[in-house]
Design a protein around this ligand. Structure first.
Ligand code: SAH
Length: 344
């Protein structure tokens, strides 16, 4: 069985070189090639032929292929469906903002969390991605599009904190000066709220932005749309968030998908204000994206406006997320879902 070389960090590559009887600096050469998107060891022309052959015997290089690619005529958003080594597919979206091109990556094939409004979870969790496979999405989206990538959001398919080790390893790789060298401050990670893992993440003191998918201020509403809430309610989640803030000095941003008649009433808005007061929280209101299989509908513009005003009156900054790529199924597992259904 060949080993996955792209998921290795520099110290591990140095160990591997040592085991092959090679000098330590070779590791950095290989690392640099991998992070520039080299697809074969053959391409690594500053290594001897014999070393390239020995690497090829022991390791494989993950290389996703473009299964589908859609470019939005409206705003230039590009959505990729990547086919992985084992045939599974994941989505990556490139969004073009004034402040830089942002890549939204998937962390898992499918998702086990079961949120009622989300297309990614409809077929359950198939498997977790490796660190290299998460990195590949950033790398090959940049290479294929020819666009420089300056920010990464972990808001694609999957629950990043359910794949903790691969995700934190990916962060180490993508941040590495000999690799893509992306600043942690340009990375956001979104979670449905796995509290023990949020504590574990806090202990790493990373300077990334943590987003928590709150979507409701009370257990009754949140239990109804997010099964994860049944094992840990809203109050315990927000306590964990306060600990995260204190431990890392980084404020959390809260996502709130607005669902007509479910979580968008004045009572929900007021309760949310009460729960977030004094936390320095920022709330991102996202009008729900329609998912064909789900009866849930987006809130009206009027209700979104009313909700936002209530938050602002309470001194809680709130923004309404601008929707990009609406013409290309560019959200939340929709393209992978379409592919699976068409294959049947
Ligand atoms: N598992 C992580 C990240 C994945 S999704 C999480 O739960 O945060 C990124 C964001 O999109 C989450 O806030 C998620 O709740 C939200 N989302 C999922 N489906 C959606 C939909 N149909 N409309 C709007 N937002 C949605």
């Amino acid at each position: 069985m060949k080993q996955d070389i792209k998921s290795m960090n520099l110290p591990e590559l140095e160990e591997a070189m040592k085991a092959l009887g090679e000098p330590k600096y070779r590791a950095r050469q290989v690392f640099t090639w991998l992070h520039r998107g080299a697809k074969t060891f053959e391409d690594m022309t500053n290594l001897s032929r014999s070393l390239r052959a020995r690497l090829d015997e022991a390791f494989y290089i993950s290389v996703p292929t473009v299964e589908r690619k859609q470019v939005s005529a409206r705003d230039g958003t590009i959505k990729y469906l990547w086919r992985l080594r084992d045939g599974n597919c994941v989505e990556t979206v490139l969004m073009r903002y004034k402040y830089g091109n942002t890549v939204c990556v998937s962390s898992e094939v499918g998702c086990a969390m079961g949120c009622a409004f989300c297309a990614s979870t409809l077929g359950g969790l198939v498997r977790r991605l490796t660190a290299g496979e998460i990195l590949d999405q950033v790398l090959f989206t940049g290479l294929d599009s020819g666009l420089p990538v300056s920010r990464v959001v972990m808001m694609g398919i999957g629950e990043p904190l359910d794949n903790f080790d691969a995700v934190t390893r990916f962060l180490e790789l993508v941040n590495h000066p000999d690799g893509l060298n992306l600043s942690m401050r340009h990375i956001s990670l979104s979670t449905c709220g796995l509290t023990e893992r949020i504590d574990k993440l806090a202990s790493l003191h990373l300077q990334l932005t943590l987003s928590v998918s709150l979507h409701a201020p009370d257990d009754e509403t949140r239990n109804g749309i997010m099964p994860v809430n049944r094992s840990c309610g809203v109050d315990k989640l927000l306590e964990t968030c306060r600990r995260y803030d204190a431990e890392t000095g980084r404020r959390i941003s809260y996502e709130y998908a607005m669902i007509d008649g479910v979580n968008d009433t004045p009572r929900h808005a007021e309760l949310l204000c009460e729960k977030l007061r004094g936390m320095g929280a920022h709330v991102n209101l996202i009008p729900l994206n329609n998912v064909e299989e789900s009866p849930l509908k987006p809130s009206t513009k009027e209700h979104v406006r009313r909700f936002r005003e209530t938050l602002e009156r309470a001194g809680i900054p709130a923004t309404v997320r601008r929707s990009l790529g609406g013409d290309i199924d560019a959200s939340c597992g929709q393209l992978r879902r379409k592919q699976i259904l068409e294959r049947r």
